[in-house]
Design a protein around this ligand. Sequence first.
Ligand SMILES: O=C(O)[C@@H](O)C(=O)CO
Ligand SMILES: [Mg+2]
Length: 258
Amino acid sequence: MPIFAANLTMMFNEWSFLDRFDAAADAGFSAVEYLFPYEAPPEAIAERLNRNNLRQALFNLPPGDWAAGERGVAAVSGRFDDLKSDVERALDYAAATGVKRLHLMAGLAEPSDMEAASCYRHSVAYIAARLGEDGIDLLIEPINGRNMPGYFLNDFGAAERLITDLGLPNLKLQFDVYHRQILHGDVVMGLRRLLPMTGHIQVASVPSRNEPDGEELNYPYLFEEIDRLGYVGFVGCEYIPRGQTLDGLDWFRPFARR
Ligand SMILES: O=C(O)[C@@H](O)C(=O)CO
Ligand SMILES: [Mg+2]
């Protein structure tokens, strides 16, 4: 049975950020993820995780200036020093939360830009090595250009090639089923092929990015397939509820912690 992590950036927005941990646990989740923890003190997050017996599945390294439109800086030239301090900041939160995987956003750049490609490769190799010292995996995630126009890593093949070329044991793929379906389709064959290098899965319906309960994808079949493939990691519920979060959890009831 997949272990689902509530995505607290998208779900449970009826509550303040810290109260979302309690709400997710009350709804039967045993794990959580979110994009960024950095506006709350690490000790406050740790306290919510412990109080609710929740596991921290994932969060992202700092993404640069999000409000100004940055979506990571790993492929952006001249930002390597920022990245080096960002990773130390993320590691403070990792130590407090016990998270074992962090997602590095690539940033906005043309995928054909050779300088961006070289920066990205260098950044990924550096951060994977640094996280490896603390026993943490580094994840990279292809993101579709409809949701994030101009995003550098917009192809599962490119992610697969980089992971294979670098050959670092703690560098893994974040397989977001929603992005995969929009970018390439062929979700099940993609999972079968890429599962050995996958460190985290995320789900949402396509095209709405709402609850994983219909539309283009047959999620009951996909959840069974994820089990059949022997995946033992987390499945992040990175979806925008159609209405109130609790009203949209019918799909989750068979998996809820009791
Ligand atoms: O799919 C996404 O958008 C996220 O997983 C992410 O980390 C960047 O927004
Ligand atoms: Mg995602």
